[in-house]
Design a protein around this ligand. Structure first.
Ligand SMILES: [Fe+2]
Ligand SMILES: [Fe+2]
Length: 282
């Protein structure tokens, strides 16, 4: 068992995902969702990815400050699509960061809607940045579009230094509060479980010894992604990047390449995602 699982986690504080990468998220028990904004600290400067909802603004900001960063040390906000669970607090963040040079980066298709959150900064598009951002230290974040998975302008962010892939909704989950675990590993039973095929067909899979996280992940993608094709295209990109760790905006962080590959292959095998799971006469 890796030290990811044996650490004593306090979800009321920022949680280290890597040396200079922190989870600064929150749980939404009402919706059954865990939301995962992440903070990269580079040369004492913060880059916040998918910064969170309006109601949880103070929770996220407190956790950012608990890492030792002052609000005005955050230089960049990255939004990997435009939903309120990640963009809702954008105007509050702008207010407290109070930097005229604050950068807000997303993609053109998202920026049309992000504007309506009351953002004042100029919204930058990853396409105009050559789909990468070079930080002060020289560290490069690469942006990888995943069109219609689930929004037209959805993209992922790959941190070349750590090999972390921030996937936004991809590899997210509707995991229940009682099953909370920011870091997870699939058990040997899950990795060879024939019931995964049942879970792909939408049937229950209780996964033997421990609660299997796979059905909640599959259900999330069936309901939140737009189509089989969009999800498969995104999965192809994840496999090609060979990330060392996957950090989604919901559910758990996955740090074992074998788990990541297994989960992505389960998603590729889905045939009823979004519109493809709906009969011609609903
Ligand atoms: Fe979303
Ligand atoms: Fe989301």
């Amino acid at each position: 068992m890796s030290n990811f699982l044996t650490r004593n986690l306090n979800y009321d504080r920022p949680v280290k995902v890597a040396d200079d990468v922190y989870w600064v998220g929150f749980a939404d028990p009402q919706r059954g969702l865990h939301c995962n904004p992440y903070l990269i600290v580079d040369n004492d400067t913060g880059i916040l990815i998918d910064g969170g909802s309006r109601p949880e603004f103070s929770t996220v900001m407190m956790k950012i400050m608990q890492t030792g960063l002052a609000p005005d040390a955050v230089s960049t906000l990255i939004y990997q699509h435009y939903d309120p669970d990640l963009c809702g607090s954008i105007a509050n963040l702008e207010d407290i960061i109070a930097r005229p040079d604050l950068r807000v980066i997303s993609k053109r298709e998202n920026n049309v809607f992000i504007r309506y959150y009351g953002v004042r900064a100029k919204l930058e598009c990853i396409d105009d940045l050559g789909r990468k951002l070079v930080l002060d230290s020289g560290r490069t974040l690469r942006f990888i579009p995943t069109p219609y998975a689930h929004a037209a302008g959805s993209f992922m962010t790959f941190d070349e230094k750590t090999g972390i892939l921030f996937t936004s909704d991809l590899l997210g989950s509707f995991e229940a509060e009682k099953d909370r675990g920011l870091f997870k590993e699939l058990s040997a039973e899950c990795l060879c479980c024939e019931r995964a095929a049942l879970a792909r067909q939408g049937q229950p899979c209780d996964g033997g010894v421990a609660k299997c996280p796979v059905p909640d992940i599959l259900r999330f993608h069936r309901e939140e992604m737009s189509s089989n094709r969009a999800l498969r295209l995104a999965c192809k990109q994840i496999l090609a990047l060979k990330p060392s760790l996957v950090a989604p905006q919901h559910g758990s962080v996955w740090h074992r390449p074998s788990d990541i590959e297994y989960l992505v292959r389960q998603l590729v095998a889905l045939n009823d995602v979004g519109i493809d799971g709906i009969a011609d006469t609903p």
